[in-house]
Design a protein around this ligand. Sequence first.
Ligand code: SDX
Length: 431
Amino acid sequence: MNNTKPTPGKPAQIIVDGKTLECPTFVGTENEKAMDISKLRDSTGYVTFDNGYANTSPTTSSITYLDGDNGILQYRGYPIEQLASQSTFLEVAFLLMNGELPSKTELEAFEKEIESHQTVDESFLKFFDIFPKKAHPMAMLTGATVGLSTIYQTEVDPANKDFTKKNAIRLLAQFPALTAAAYRHGKGEKRVAPKKGLDYASNFMHMMFSQNDSYSVPKEIVAALNLLLILHADHEQNCSTSTVRLVGSSAANLYASVAAGITALWGPLHGGANQAVMEMLEEIQKDGGDIAKTIAKAKDKASGFKLMGFGHRVYKNFDPRAKIIKVACDQVLKTMGIQNPLLDIAKKLEEAALKDTYFIEKKLYPNVDFYSGIIYSALKIPTDMFTPMFALGRMPGWVAQWKEMVEGGTTKIGRPRQIYTGYTKRDLKRG
Ligand code: SDX
């Protein structure tokens, strides 16, 4: 069953101040239940209060399903473990954006379309030259992504499905070039154009690292990059995806909505965690690798320190992506003959935390960001480029979620309420 209307359930009752509100309820295809409280304020004068929206669903969606208690992640019904081991990133991007895996001919046509749109005009790429050398790539990518809309600004009306199709391809095709441009800016290196005939992952690595025409990407690096991009491709209503939807709900165009998502992803509590994990592991290493001291600091609220890469709003058992990446770490480092002491520190941290009552009681496990940086480092990707790599992977998810919302045609502009706790009315007394 796909994209079905939720099944109505028995109405729920909210009884407050002697008033009773009957709320319709409904159930999704994976038995997730919701009560529709759209009439709550008008009927009772109350609004709900839900810090971090932990109990609030702003939408139905048929793209990605998470079961946090059983560590399940499915894209359009396919388990992440199967997609990770049997697909390419472009196949998964097609699946997320169109609802089904592409046939052989559809995939070839899609790859051709991506290839024919992958070049970003050098005059636009000069945008990166205005930034300070040490500019964080996420800042540059936010500006460049919304800037892309100016090249296509006669074709950005969200109500036009053909424009959305074109802009989805443009974003997916050109974001690798923008990401590589941000990296090259930081290195003070000339930008390199995409090369025809290379697959998506190889072309990205070519634009990042090639210094001459003989540059080639070993197949184990292509496989590792494909895997990481697939694992990051979507994750239902996380902070950055919800940001893309909220901005899109004002009828802002796809580029503007995705640029907002990039800024949300940058936060260290979200996608920025992969950079923060690496910096944390390096700190621990510098400080003599004292695992017990780190665990104690993470448990001490007063320290303000969190074990980065640990914990998740939804996963309360394990993050299936972290499990896959941890295995891939060993494989990639072994194949490339790399020893990274930070991997041993990460494994010791995980082992110590999983035995500690603080982490067990609070259900804190490694998330997608805990091990990913070890592989990015093996691919010679610098730490400040880790979150851009997350954005590169998440692009098809953001596009798919925005498209589903805009084309669903039922989403109202997002406008939450508040409970005011400031001054009551007072007069302005002059003189
Ligand atoms: C991503 O949502 C998604 O799907 C996101 C994502 C995606 O694919 O889009 O999966 C990607 O963002 C993964 C998360 C990356 N962030 C980090 O690794 C940062 C470290 N983790 C934490 O900041 C935290 O766990 C969050 C932000 C991930 C989740 O925060 P919640 O759900 O708001 O939980 P919380 O902060 O209220 O924590 C509950 C308790 C608290 O203790 P008490 O106040 O109950 O005593 O657990 C503690 C927290 O102090 N806690 C941690 C901790 N994470 C939570 N204590 C130490 N170290 C940690 N990492």
